[in-house]
Design a protein around this ligand. Structure first.
Ligand SMILES: C[S@@+](CC[C@H](N)C(=O)[O-])C[C@H]1O[C@@H](n2cnc3c(N)ncnc32)[C@H](O)[C@@H]1O
Length: 285
């Protein structure tokens, strides 16, 4: 699948050339060895998966779920369109389940009939228009695994319903990818992060924002404006870019690293957890 994408998509080819060939050669050789027989974790560490941002987010959420003693977590994709991203999310989730033993419940949110009309300049009408990215529901549904539900309708209707009836502490939200393109749609989708019950979230849910990378994207429009408004409106919930993620990655040139954000829940039960008193070593004693 990754090879097919490289063969057919010029932008994917250029990005791989720009990002991979500018990495140190010894790392590219190591990546080749991992590609030939590495574990899923090693493949994710070396970015040898299609949509490495999905793979990284799913594995990091699974690790958190395991650490919190959970058996499952929820991952969502906002903006499904033809469904390539959602099917990719499902296939990586299956491999993450096998590698970690943590089950992944998946939901894909979409209008089902493409982009709604933009409201104003904040929706980047220079990039997107009414009717872009339609979906063939029947064809997509036929390919989705049983752990994935396609939630069709405007997100301002479907998200409150999902929060009330589908998201729970048994499989809290661990990873969410935002690819709704518009400011207004993203603002509505971010309601998913604002349920008053903090046990519906892992301690640090991972978020991916797709539409922040072009030079004309900025903090006064699009997804970034929606994030700023969310932070302004929620005293105990803050979305912030994952600072220093780049320093934790082996392949440091990947663009997706700057698209990973974290949801900080200052009302999460984890903040009330008390451990034994720790001591610091002192080599001078
Ligand atoms: C760029 S496409 C998503 C592409 C997909 N993530 C992928 O990687 O294959 C954006 C999608 O967001 C959906 N969308 C935008 N605003 C929406 C809204 N308010 N409610 C539901 N869906 C919406 C559109 O239907 C469109 O299919």
């Amino acid at each position: 699948m990754l090879l097919r994408k490289i063969r057919h998509q010029k932008s994917a080819r250029y990005r791989i050339l720009r990002e991979r060939l500018t990495e140190p050669m010894h790392l590219n050789f190591a990546a080749l060895a991992v590609a030939l027989g590495g574990s899923l974790r090693a493949r994710i560490d070396f970015d040898i998966v299609q949509r490495p941002h999905y793979a990284y987010g799913l594995l990091a959420a699974a690790d958190q779920a395991a650490e919190q003693g959970l058996k499952a977590f929820t991952a969502v994709e906002f903006g499904v369109a033809a469904g390539e991203g959602l099917l990719n999310l499902c296939s990586i989730a299956k491999r993450v389940e096998q590698a970690t033993g943590i089950a992944v419940k998946i939901a894909g949110f979409d209008s089902g009939c493409g982009m709604p009309p933009p409201i104003d300049y904040r929706d980047h009408p220079e990039e997107f228009q009414f009717g872009d990215f339609p979906m063939d529901h029947d064809r997509l549904r036929a390919q989705l695994p049983s752990n994935c539900q396609l939630v069709l309708g405007a997100v301002n209707q479907t998200v409150p319903n999902f929060l009330a009836h589908r998201l729970d502490a048994e499989a809290p939200l661990g990873f969410a990818a935002f690819d709704l393109d518009y400011y207004t749609s993203t603002r509505e989708a971010l309601a998913l992060l604002a349920d008053p019950d903090p046990s519906k979230y892992v301690f640090l849910p991972l978020l991916y924002f797709d539409d922040i990378v072009l030079p004309n994207y900025n903090g006064w429009a699009g997804e970034l404006l929606a994030v700023h408004e969310f932070n302004h409106c929620h005293e105990l919930r803050k979305i912030e870019a994952y600072r220093f993620l780049r320093s934790r990655r082996i392949m440091k040139n990947a663009r997706w690293i700057d698209q990973i954000y974290l949801l900080h829940l200052f009302d999460h039960p984890r903040l009330k957890r008390r451990r034994e008193i720790r001591t610091m070593p002192n080599v001078y004693f």
